[in-house]
Design a protein around this ligand. Structure first.
Ligand code: ADP
Ligand code: MG
Length: 701
């Protein structure tokens, strides 16, 4: 077969044509034969397996069960009327439910006779139920044709309207297998196939689309998942090697007066061991000739800012400028205030650049930046504007990195002829597996220790009905001089609704906490930056005791005297957000509290989130649960990364395969960095294809 055959536009496949081709492109991203081949089924209807009732799992796909109906009754009235059958096997019982066609069922169903049923189950009130099952008498079933596993492909309304049903997709694939005689070029080296007992590419593709058994399918899935993860890791690791070998960075050899002076005379506390270790790791990076590209992970409150500051001082000591970018104006301002305070007494010029800085002030910043008069620039996305040009930017730090996309990181790179050293910081701990896939090209430092004297935050879950008690507790805390946050959800789609919730909440708090004894600040996204800042400052200075806010205060805000965080409608927040919000308290020496308020109606996932929050303060543990609940797709800006647009593997569930793939990718690149050994021919070819088509290299050059 011509090696380019699979690059043929999909329109040419028998049964497609120009109109369907367009739909396949827009709906499924299928442009070529190759793309169709790589359109893997989402799942399979498996009628080769029989389940016992005791084996049923919540949230599983369709299942097939053998058993008998022992009882049939009508429940509900009028529109809610339904027919419910009690269905049993030797391991337990479940319910079958019909909302329509009840008359026919009643007349035709046989009690106490073995049936084979097939369908999707629901879990409700402690029993499984199957609405509208497919049913067949066991006897007929035995005499009938053996059906194998039916693949179910991704689908959409548009596809169905164009006649591209699941059956048609399957047919198209059959056509492709006929045209190609089911022979496809191998993409993994023979020695890997042998060592890992992987099946060949052609077998894998055949069995992923037309499996005859669970075993065949499992082998095909394993092989294709491995291949996918292997090539991702190969790209990430190659990228890291290229960077370490080829991308020169400014060597920061000197530890000069700024750093030493600050360390000896101005550091307000002793660094924790973890902070010391991380500073060392960073210094080693900066002293080498390669560009630093490091991710600094540390739970909320672990003290990343001081590490960032000391890194910037190293840049200054070596004659370079540094910048620090934060995702929100509040956070940037707070960094600016905190850092200028820490640097008082040192001759260092620091400026703040955000969207709301006036034109005239902005011009001065631009000028001082270009002349080199300005040493450190702190700000928001505004730092990325083309007008912002440095004399010699040597270091760029990005705080709360998950809020920014890869493209934005890349923009900072280009602020110089030689790329500056990059330190990205995140308080949302990234599970190891995800870190490896997302940031496999970065070096990672972890601050896994909190500054001394912190008491773990006590977290409780309370229902709205207990609000009065909660308010009483707040009064007690305020009376002993503490401050409290009350946070409301803010989710884009329903901003108007959220705004109303916030205002209603504010009014009810204002009633229960009357002025002048109590003073309340309010901060939300629809306020002008100046007003926000004004209200923030009142709270920071202790002029107000209560801060009513939306999640704008989520990241980074630091008011050590605040000891209570109340999160309203806590069930609407994701885990990492809850953890971030909780991190706003527990910053001083006092015992702090986080109170999660909800109504009584909670989904299973919401319950898990709340339980997790109550159980642990450990950000890494929380991140693991979050990853399991949500899957990697939703977690911190992974969407933009593209690295996670996996076709078949799942970073969470296939962690073992990922580790193996990474292991072999490293081994191969170490032994044969240019992939020029004949044994690695297929690797280098497949790799070249990938680089040509995907290009995850964009932010290197
Ligand atoms: P985060 O890692 O969440 O950005 P911050 O850098 O804001 O944390 O630090 C949280 C608080 O802890 C700040 O008030 C900071 O001054 C303080 N802090 C940081 N490091 C130490 C330390 N080694 N000892 C005592 N306090 C510290
Ligand atoms: Mg921070």
């Amino acid at each position: 077969m011509n090696p380019n055959y699979l690059q043929t536009p999909i329109a040419y496949l028998k049964g497609v044509g120009p109109s369907r081709a367009q739909t396949l492109q827009s709906e499924l991203g299928v442009y070529t034969y190759q793309d169709l081949l790589n359109l893997f089924p989402n799942r399979y209807l498996d009628k080769t397996q029989y389940y016992k009732i005791s084996q049923l799992q919540r949230n599983s796909a369709e299942v097939q069960v053998i058993g008998k109906i022992i009882h049939l009754k009508e429940v509900g009235q009028k529109r809610g009327k339904r027919l419910v059958a009690t269905f049993v096997d030797d391991t337990g019982k479940m319910e079958l439910v019909w909302f329509r066609g009840q008359k026919w069922i009643k007349e035709n169903i046989k009690l106490n006779v073995p049936y084979v049923i097939y369908g999707k189950t629901n879990w409700f009130n402690g029993t499984f139920s199957m609405p509208h099952p497919e049913m067949e008498l066991l006897e007929d079933h035995k005499n009938g044709l053996k059906v194998s596993m039916q693949p179910i492909y991704p689908s959409s309304e548009k596809l169905t309207n164009k006649g591209i049903t699941n059956k048609v997709t399957s047919k198209l694939l059959q056509q492709l297998f006929i045209d190609t005689k089911a022979q496809f070029a191998e993409t993994l080296p023979v020695y890997l196939l042998k060592e890992l007992k992987l099946i060949g590419k052609s077998d894998a593709l055949l069995n992923i689309h037309f499996p005859k058994s669970q075993q065949d399918l499992a082998k095909a899935q394993f092989r294709l998942k491995f291949e996918e993860l292997f090539y991702i890791q190969l790209q990430l690791i190659a990228k890291k090697m290229v960077r370490k070998n080829k991308i020169k960075g400014f060597p920061f050899n000197a530890v000069g007066t700024y750093f030493s002076d600050f360390y000896n005379n101005y550091l307000p506390f002793e660094l924790t061991n973890a902070q010391k270790r991380v500073v060392k790791e960073i210094r080693a990076d900066l002293g080498s000739n390669a560009q630093m590209n490091r991710l600094l992970q540390g739970d909320v409150g672990s003290g990343k800012t001081i590490v960032a500051l000391m890194t910037m001082l190293l840049a200054l000591d070596n004659g370079f400028q540094a910048c620090l970018m934060a995702p929100t104006e509040i956070l940037a301002t707070q960094h600016y205030n905190g850092i200028t305070e820490l640097l008082q007494g040192l001759k260092i010029k620091v400026s703040l650049l955000t969207g709301s800085v006036k034109k005239s002030a902005r011009r001065i910043i631009h000028e001082e930046l270009e002349s080199g008069e300005l040493h450190i620039l702190i700000g928001t996305h505004a730092l990325l504007e083309d007008k912002v040009q440095y004399k010699n930017l040597g270091l760029a730090i990005i705080d709360e990195q998950h809020r920014f996309g890869v493209a934005q990181r890349a923009k900072l790179w280009r602020k110089n002829t030689m790329p500056p050293h990059i330190l990205v910081m995140t308080a949302t701990p990234i599970p190891r597996t995800l870190a490896m896939s997302l940031y496999g090209d970065l070096d990672i430092s972890v601050i896994d220790e909190l500054p001394p004297g912190r008491k773990p935050i006590k977290t409780v879950h309370r229902f709205d009905a207990n609000r009065l008690k909660v308010f009483r507790f707040l009064k007690d805390e305020i009376n002993i001089g503490r401050q409290v946050y009350v946070v409301y959800p803010l989710i884009k789609e329903s901003e108007a609704l959220d705004y109303k919730d916030l205002m209603d909440g504010y009014e009810s708090i204002a009633r229960d906490f009357p002025a002048p004894k109590y003073q309340i600040s309010i901060v939300h996204g629809q306020m002008k930056p100046d007003d926000k800042e004004f209200e923030m400052q009142r709270f920071i200075k202790g002029e107000t005791q209560i801060m009513v806010a939306t999640t704008v205060i989520e990241v980074g805000v630091n008011v050590p005297n605040a000891s209570v965080m109340i999160i309203e409608s806590a069930e609407r927040f994701g885990l990492s957000q809850l953890h971030q919000l909780r991190g706003r308290v527990g910053r001083g020496a006092d015992q702090s509290y986080c109170i999660l308020m909800t109504g009584h109606k909670l989904s299973e996932d919401a319950k898990t989130r709340l339980e997790t929050m109550v159980r642990t303060n450990d950000g890494f543990e929380i991140a693991e649960v979050d990853l399991k609940l949500r899957g990697p797709g939703d977690i911190m800006g992974t969407q933009q990364s593209g690295v996670l647009n996996l076709k078949i593997a799942d970073i969470v569930k296939d962690n073992d395969i990922l580790q193996t793939a990474r292991h072999y990718a490293i081994k191969i690149l170490k032994e044969d960095p240019s992939l020029s050994h004949p044994n690695n021919n297929v690797v280098s070819q497949a790799y070249a294809q990938l680089v040509k088509h995907k290009n995850i290299w964009t932010y290197i050059s």
